[in-house]
Design a protein around this ligand. Structure first.
Ligand SMILES: Nc1ncnc2c1ncn2[C@@H]1O[C@H](COP(=O)(O)OP(=O)(O)O)[C@@H](O)[C@H]1O
Ligand SMILES: Nc1ccn([C@@H]2O[C@H](COP(=O)(O)O)[C@@H](O)[C@H]2O)c(=O)n1
Length: 223
């Protein structure tokens, strides 16, 4: 295994297609990929009742345990395994379970705030923002939240208007300016192939040093 690993951050609004892109990258890269879903780093909220947890603003940066995420990303990059928390959207909380996640040559961090934190951004080799129109995202989210996350239609719409949309505009959308690559509409085969080419090229560069991990100001976008 090469140390440090090659790390990609995939950000974008809810329903943009981040998880789908991360899966496509993992399936295409041709070797084990370590995935870090940012959702697993929502703060532990066992001190609150279910009703209180349901009212939390999960689209504000303060909803996440950033210090733990920074520590885990750093450990994985250095070739050390981590005990990753697991998140359950139905109870709005972490589960009691932690899963041992092993490092690998390619690490993919994925979530609405994957490009938000400066320290984390600087640990990433490639910063990606998945940009999908808001109407497409809310339609995808309604379907997903009702089918997979145990929500009802009224609740999804209310949450979207009260927190998801304003927080997206205030905190998530501006992070696209931090991206090296912008992928339109998510599961875009050409874009995923270009990401894979970039990963392969970087990993073939055996002389890669810490200095070589700095961001290139001339990096191309797909926009
Ligand atoms: N390019 C795409 N075209 C059509 N459906 C897509 C596309 N990308 C994602 N989806 C679907 O949209 C939903 C949300 O995608 P997901 O990758 O989970 O988004 P995110 O992780 O950004 O919230 C899923 O049901 C997924 O299958
Ligand atoms: N208990 C929770 C925690 C988070 N959310 C929503 O999840 C969204 C982020 O996940 P995506 O897969 O959609 O990127 C975020 O917009 C939160 O509103 C939730 O509904 N409940």
């Amino acid at each position: 295994m090469s140390i440090p690993s090659f790390a990609i951050g995939i950000a974008g609004g809810t329903g943009a297609g981040k998880t789908t892109v991360a899966r496509n990258v993992a399936d295409t890269v041709g070797e084990p990929v370590t995935r870090i879903p940012l959702d697993n780093y929502y703060e532990e909220l066992s001190h609150l009742e279910y009703e209180q947890r349901a009212d939390v603003n999960y689209d504000h940066p303060d909803a996440f345990e950033w210090e733990l995420l920074r520590e885990h990303l750093e450990s994985l990059l250095l070739g050390q395994s981590v005990e990753m928390p697991q998140y359950d959207f139905e109870i709005h909380n972490r589960t009691d379970e932690r899963i041992t996640v092993e490092p690998s040559d390619v690490i993919v961090l994925e979530g609405i705030f994957a490009l938000f934190d400066k320290t984390i951004r600087e640990m990433l080799d490639l910063r990606v923002y998945v940009m999908t129109d808001a109407d497409v995202r809310i339609l995808r989210r309604i379907e997903r939240d009702v089918v997979e996350r145990g929500r009802d239609l009224e609740g999804v719409i209310e949450q979207y208007l009260e927190t998801v949309k304003p927080m997206h505009e205030q905190f998530v959308a501006p992070t696209r300016k931090q991206a090296d690559v912008i992928i339109p509409e998510g599961a875009n085969r050409m874009a995923v192939d270009l990401l894979i080419d970039k990963i392969d090229a970087e990993r073939e560069d055996e002389g890669r040093s810490s200095a070589g991990r700095e961001r290139s100001v001339d990096s191309p976008t797909l926009e």
